[in-house]
Ligand binder design. Structure first.
Ligand code: PGA
Length: 246
């Protein structure tokens, strides 16, 4: 069965009581067997995920991590800590981290290798800025980001990666890329990587537009910010993702 991947990126939202409420409501919802649903809450909520989702088909992950196992890195969280909390996935190199916390292609590469080493599936975020798009640099930016993220990995490791194509101008702006535009970039990512890699789109995805994205054979799911924070909008989005499938 071909599965689609829907990843909720809550960013810095939700206390633990609000997390419990969300997860308990989501567990009541029927999720088709061909949808893999991943929740990425703040680190503080990961123990709640472990408690509530053990034995569920819904899985979870973190929004970031350090590449080292342990050490003098104040404020950081290691892959081993995420593994011990039952995480399956970790978002790496989100554009907000690249922009606000000086993450580079090189730190992304180190984190990707560390995540794989600890059995976590890295969700590698790539995407161009508005300025880069306007200067026709999208393909060059994606090529650089993807190549460095995969640098030094065995083909069998590359095969385990998830890439999230997230044009920076589409994130939180209400201006999603067109499905055709996204599909062109997805095709490039596929050419640069391997047939087994999962490639999803992110940037202003909602219940109204998800069906159009999922009509593109090269789009295998979505990374969802704003529309994933409330259980109702997330449920509508998951339901909408199957409606228009051809
Ligand atoms: P958005 O965020 O869905 O709110 O645009 C997506 C993301 O940042 O991953």
């Amino acid at each position: 069965m071909i599965k689609s991947l829907f990843i909720a990126n809550w960013k810095m939202h939700k206390t633990n009581p609000a997390t419990t409420q969300f997860v308990r409501a989501l567990k009541q919802i029927f999720l088709p067997a061909d949808q893999v649903v991943v929740i990425c809450p703040p680190y503080t909520a990961l123990p709640i995920m472990q408690q509530e989702l053990t034995g569920s088909t819904i899985v979870y992950g973190a929004q970031n991590m350090h590449w080292a196992n342990e050490g003098a890195y104040t404020g950081e969280i290691s892959p081993e800590m995420l593994q011990a909390l039952g995480c399956s996935y970790v978002i790496i190199g989100h554009s907000e981290r690249r922009r606000d916390y000086n993450e580079t292609d090189e730190t992304v590469q180190r984190k990707v290798a560390a995540a794989l080493h600890h059995g976590l599936v890295p969700i590698v975020c790539v995407g161009e800025s508005l300025d880069e798009r306007n200067h026709d640099e999208t393909m060059a930016v994606i090529q650089r980001q993807v190549s460095i993220a995969c640098h030094g990995l065995l083909p069998t490791d590359v095969a385990r990666l998830v890439f999230a194509y997230e044009p920076i101008w589409a994130i939180g702006s209400g201006q999603a890329a067109t499905p055709e535009y996204a599909a062109t970039v997805h095709t490039l990512i596929r050419q640069l990587t391997r047939p087994e890699v999962t490639i999803i789109y992110g940037g202003s995805v909602n219940a109204d537009n998800i069906g159009q994205f999922m009509q593109q054979p090269s789009i295998q799911g979505a990374l969802i910010g704003g529309a994933s924070v409330e259980v109702e909008s997330f449920q509508q989005l998951l339901a909408g993702s199957t409606i228009n499938r051809i």
